[in-house]
Design a protein around this ligand. Structure first.
Ligand SMILES: C[S@@+](CC[C@H](N)C(=O)[O-])C[C@H]1O[C@@H](n2cnc3c(N)ncnc32)[C@H](O)[C@@H]1O
Length: 245
């Protein structure tokens, strides 16, 4: 796979776009190399943390739990959508039981890579696309649904959002972290066919032919709060609570 800046240059100069399937193959190749190198050319610290059986459940997610029906008691059911081979969501929270489920359409390929490299990640990613969550999970199942840097890799991010919302429990949350307008930045290459952006707290999905508002699609059942993540340049985080009716 060409380095990203060369890919961008190639596509800007030649005006070509790779196909979505080619993008998926590139994604699998990226993870194969990254895991084989212990994350050296990806993120060595992330690799170490994600392989740690005591990977801490993040503060940003604990805050959401505090404002949900499982605030004080009960198992916290968490779903990571588009998790990659090693979920970036922690699961260790002394005094609480966090049950993490991770899904990704490339899970079978990840299984193969992980077995070849004899790695033992704390959570095994299962096969599912964001667009089809209801084919394997019941509605209203998860307290927290996380999607990090993956919606804008999907074919139909609004369908993913609707499915994530459906499997979220009333009073539960979706936590969506993404780079802003990544498809435009990447030149609409491979998996990057959609941009995510923020306007007045709404989460917007757009590309060359469409523009969709999360608030408009999810309606009054959802409280959508999107804002820049001050910790990472050019990134946005949407916190969406499913109202209890
Ligand atoms: C950049 S990686 C992010 C992985 C992980 N969430 C992280 O933050 O490290 C994007 C992931 O999205 C996955 N993906 C692609 N299409 C998807 C879809 N339709 N639904 C869910 N995930 C998808 C890819 O297979 C890939 O693992």
């Amino acid at each position: 796979m060409l380095p990203r800046f060369l890919q961008r240059l190639r596509h800007r100069l030649l005006g070509r776009t790779t196909s979505y399937d080619e993008g998926l193959r590139d994604e699998a190749a990226f993870w194969r190399r990254s895991l084989a190198e212990g994350g050296r050319h990806w993120n060595a610290e992330a690799f170490r943390m994600r392989m740690d059986p005591c990977f801490e459940f993040q503060l940003s997610l604990r805050e959401l739990v505090a404002n949900s029906p499982v605030a004080f008691t009960g198992t916290i059911q968490v779903l990571d959508v588009g998790a990659g081979p090693l979920s970036g969501v922690g699961h260790h929270w002394p005094g609480r039981n966090v049950q993490l489920t991770a899904v990704d359409p490339l899970a079978d390929t990840f299984d193969q890579i992980i077995s070849e490299l004899q790695l033992k990640p704390p959570t095994q990613t299962q096969r599912a696309s964001g667009e089809d969550l209801l084919s394997i999970f019941q509605p209203d199942t998860f307290d927290i649904v996380v999607c990090s840097n993956a919606l804008d890799h999907s074919r139909d991010p609004m369908r993913c959002i609707q499915q994530m919302f459906a499997v979220t429990r009333p009073g539960g949350w979706m936590f969506l972290w993404h780079y802003q307008n990544e498809a435009q930045e990447e030149g609409y290459v491979g998996l990057h066919q959609w941009n995510l952006d923020e306007a007045n707290g709404d989460l917007l999905l757009w590309n060359k032919t469409a523009r969709q508002s999360c608030r408009a699609v999810l309606g009054s059942a959802a409280a959508v709060d999107t804002r820049p993540d001050p910790a990472v340049p050019r990134s946005i985080v949407a916190r969406i609570q499913k109202r209890i009716v």
